[in-house]
Design a protein around this ligand. Sequence first.
Ligand code: PRX
Length: 649
Amino acid sequence: MSNSIESLLKESRVFPPDEEFSAHAHIRSLEQYRALYEKSIHEPEAFWGEIASSLHWFAEPRRVLEEDPPRARWFVGGTTNISYNCLDRHLPTLRRNKAAILWEGEGGDTRVLTYQQLHRETCRFANVLRKLGVRAGDRVAIYMGMVPEIAVAMLACARIGAVHTVIFGGFAAEAVRDRVNDSKASLIVTCDGAVRRGQLVPLKAVVDKAIVDCPTVRHTVVFKRTGERVDMEPGRDHYWHEVIEAVGASAPPLPVDSEHPLFILYTSGTTGKPKGVVHTTGGYMVGTYVTSKYVFDLHENDTYFCTADVGWITGHSYIVYGPLSNGATVVMYEGAPNFPDPGRLWQICERWGVTIFYTAPTAIRAFMRWGEQWPMKADLSSLRLLGSVGEPINPEAWMWYQRVIGNARCPVVDTWWQTETGAIMISPLPGATPTKPGSATLPFFGIEAEVVRRDGSRCAPNEGGFLVIRRPWPSMMRTIYGDDERFQRQYFNEIANVYFTGDGARRDEDGYIWLMGRVDDVVNVSGHRLGTAEIESALVSHRAVAEAAVVGRPDEIKGQSLVCFVTLRPGNVASKALKTQLAEHVAQEIGRFARPDAIRFADALPKTRSGKIMRRLLKDIAAGGDTKGDVTTLEDLSVLATLRQSDDD
Ligand code: PRX
């Protein structure tokens, strides 16, 4: 990494908050934000203690924060249960019969679950888990499509103190196997299949393939969604609808310690193996609760729609735990955004009267490409707030979102955060913060974000550098499952005494933060952070491949696309057919969303003398430009010339 990062973006438009919006918002002015922010930084215990007291604790915390850098423990001595806070807490109130989940299947079928119903389903499934031998602390893998039962399964785990690990339904058998084995899950909750673009996607069949090499798994529970035929092994595999009938509807929540693990979620890192990011209960609960409330300005009558998949952190924090702990009504959509036509999401907004809409820049760029006629066909007048997450949003996409979807009257909140941070860290507050298209603006309460140079010194205004966080926050990850050493090394050793985000950023003269993307070997494809090493391993697992290097290339729609440089084993011939085969192989190994966009064959890859592949050069070549910067460490210069000639279709 060089010392700082060059920043090229210049953008000067500013949008002050709408007066009418501010008048009804939780946080109504920049002054109010600043006063609360000051308090959150100077008196963190008082600030966070107060917020935590809006939630239910079986035993009150003795202390709000105990620091032992780089670690922190939050709400120490407190016991709670996040499923209680998302469900039971609302039952004595008018929310009892309020919709918790408004679900829409891809084919147009709908389901509504009130808080009372969601509570009942969760209790029953908690009893199923107990009956199948799951105990507090045990890991349960969840590999399902977007059906309400995915939320039920998560909440049921939380209810009994089991640790869920949701595996995105687009992952292939090998990826499922690796995650199940790393977490040593004893049970997998899945569906017979999922529905995507009118096609049936087999899920149970993938589990069957994975499970052969998963020695810790004793049971699966299969929710019937598509009705397709699946193999059920007696004694091991159980249908959800059958086992749920055999248990009672009462399941008292287990009070767990604030630092009891809530879930593991795998995310890509720089060194190959996916990292099991561990989040605990109390801090994560308080963080997702308060950010949902203030960033989305949630009110009792809102209808909130987040288009993410529950299999990623956005779905965990802002479909399930954050909104439900606030007693909000959540829209959950099962299928593809352009099925049966590109107007689908707007029809959903109209049908359910969505007021808050949260999506990703990659989706916004696709909406732009599909054309304004689609949102124009729907009545979007119920919308009052728009959100974005997942990667830097380019100002043009921001403006389009604000103008076409928000009809130039809805505030846009560009929210920066990560799987590791658990909750939103940098974002406008819609009634308080003037927005600038392309900037995530200012840090949330309690978050001391800074842009620094490699040596830890603070960057000057508009000087690009590394985004770091200076002090602990409640929803921060606690460790990497099974690899605490890597946790410390990766996040706290890069730059002394701070949390290293891995993102480049600059801060402008108003203190606004502008994100510039990852600084390491991770690519962001359609809002999914993918480790290039994982894709390389998949390629190398093909018999024809000797070596592979994968880099990201800027892509108008996807943010980045995947370009793979491949050297073949002797005896294999480079051909179009082999390219297709390799792309298919990666899709098989990792999932279709990671299918390479281009594969280039090369006789050799550019390497340093110590044998490290110089991805920096490959990135330049993939982007079609000249290679910049120092090449003196390159072992064999002629490699570059040959690579430039390799074609790309
Ligand atoms: O590079 C940043 C980008 O996504 C990364 C985190 O990816 P993941 O853990 O998969 O979580 C995605 C959803 C929270 C970050 O390191 N990123 C996320 N949000 C933004 C962003 N980049 C710029 N602006 C954002 N709003």
